[in-house]
Design a protein around this ligand. Structure first.
Ligand SMILES: [Zn+2]
Length: 209
């Protein structure tokens, strides 16, 4: 199913949960937005618009590294002497010249996941860590593999569990679970629009539903 449908149905799932738990308006609005976004999440394994949207922009990273290179060059000329000065110069120059050739946008989703994972570890924030791992795996896997399965659903619910614990708002876990499940449902073969179904039981079974 296309992204727009996933977004809308995920949002509707968020509204449903908000009504179910009797959330107040600001929370209900957040649930709708959260649900809409979660409805898109499993398709992070598609190399395209969605993954590009959440990915860090490669030009920003390249510019940052270039500036860091310039800083190292200037700093090593002011502070260091002899060999150290030239080592600093070489390192700085490398940071200014090499990244544009190495950093491609297609690696940026992986880098975004890694950044989230490192931030999560640094802040001892479990959901951020788990989300980072999820994004890294989605970046590496082919389309409609583990993200489109019960394992993916369980894993994302776990993220929802820690998110709810962190924000202490009743219903976040349910939004994550229901909106994620809505994506899997919409990708099933019962909808004629889908040429392929989902292998919900992978990696244990190849049964496509
Ligand atoms: Zn999908």
């Amino acid at each position: 199913m296309d992204g727009k449908t996933h977004f809308i149905v995920g949002g509707i799932a968020g509204i449903g949960v908000a009504s179910y738990v009797g959330a107040e308006l600001p929370t209900a609005i957040s649930f709708t937005l959260l649900g809409a976004c979660v409805g898109l999440v499993p398709d992070l394994d598609v190399k395209g618009t969605l993954s590009n949207k959440i990915s860090l922009n490669k030009n920003w990273i390249i510019t940052l590294l270039g500036l860091l290179g310039l800083l190292i060059i200037v700093n090593s000329f002011i502070v260091y002497k002899d060999v150290d000065r030239w080592l600093g110069f070489g390192l700085g120059l490398a940071l200014m010249i090499i990244p544009p050739f190495l950093i491609k946008q297609k690696y940026m989703l992986l880098l975004t996941g890694a950044t989230s994972l490192i931030l999560g570890i640094y802040q001892q924030n479990t959901w951020l860590m788990l989300l980072g791992i999820y994004i890294c795996i989605a970046a590496l896997l082919p389309h409609r593999s583990l993200t489109h399965s019960f394992i993916g659903l369980f894993y994302f619910s776990l993220i929802g569990y820690f998110l709810e614990k962190d924000f202490q708002i009743n219903g976040i876990l349910l939004v994550c679970t229901v909106s994620y499940a809505s994506h899997l449902l919409l990708d099933m073969k019962i909808f004629r629009k889908n040429r392929r179904g989902v292998k919900l039981f992978q990696p244990f079974s190849k049964l496509e539903i």
